[in-house]
Ligand binder design. Sequence first.
Ligand code: TXA
Ligand code: MG
Length: 327
Amino acid sequence: MPRQPTLTLTAAPADLRQAACLLASGESVAFPTETVYGLGADARSGPAVAKVYEAKGRPSFNPLIAHVPDIETAQSLVLWSHMADRLARAFWPGPLTLVLPLRDGHGIAPLVTAGLDTLAVRVPAHETAQALLRTFGGPLAAPSANPSGRISPTSAAHVLAGLNGRISAVIDDGVCEVGLESTIVGIFDDIPRLLRPGGLPAGPIEAALGQELLGHNESGTPNAPGQLLSHYAPDATLRLEATAPRPGEAYLGFGDMDCDLNLSRNGDLTEAAANLFDHLHRLDRTGLPIAVAPVPDHGLGVAINDRLRRAAAPRDPQAESSLRPEL
Ligand code: TXA
Ligand code: MG
């Protein structure tokens, strides 16, 4: 693992060629997507993918998303279906990940799927992510570029704050527009399931399918293996649904109110999603406990509240060391 400082690259073609060379030689490179920054590695190389798990401190049973430039490449990796086609044509490129059965001859390293016979695939919309995928010419396994269990990064500065010296390079191309990880939908036996709420609300997905998404399974077992409770954890404690701060708390607001940082003064959920992780990173640096104003639980608010609940969940010290939960 590199211990020298992480190289910062730009989105210029020469820098992307350098990033692609690093990836081809088995190194890990963080890159921007429209959701959050990803930590990319060649998805066909076990040793390269192992470096990603190692840099993040991620449990090896928690599988990664394979990023590809287009539908055709996705079709070469997974068994396609009518439903997958509908969703891919409606929402790719964009913040939607599909979990589908792997197809024969896929070439994906088993470490990516953590031994499952399904693969999570996504076609990112971000221009630089697209350019990197095309320059590299292969699928990139890329979890969010943060230490496992910590707040996801929406800027290169966030990536470096967590992983400097543990990864080879980061491509700095500004702030992620969506700011929340992709929505994950699994399609098994023609039944579409919402495995993780995210940057694409469930409403439009259900409209495109003409049917409802099934929720998490009833037993409470996570469908996306990373979906354990304590996650996105800042160092500070978080108090949710706080209509006012208590003395000594930093206050994260929503809507027109007095607060230290506001997710969206106009009460706009898209703006709130884009600000969420950055504001948590910033308030965390104050060292104060954080109180968070109520955020409406519809549209993108579902994913925002999901991330806030995980950030606020009590951390089991044993789980911290043995599991390092990661979504
Ligand atoms: O927006 C995103 O999805 C970002 C950017 C970088 O693309 N990536 C991301 O990756 O959030 P990560 O590794 O932090 O989250 C991937 C999630 C995990 O919860 C994992 O358990 C789930 O996807 N996942 C991956 N493969 C799966 C599979 N075969 N079946 C079910 N869940 C899977
Ligand atoms: Mg993550």
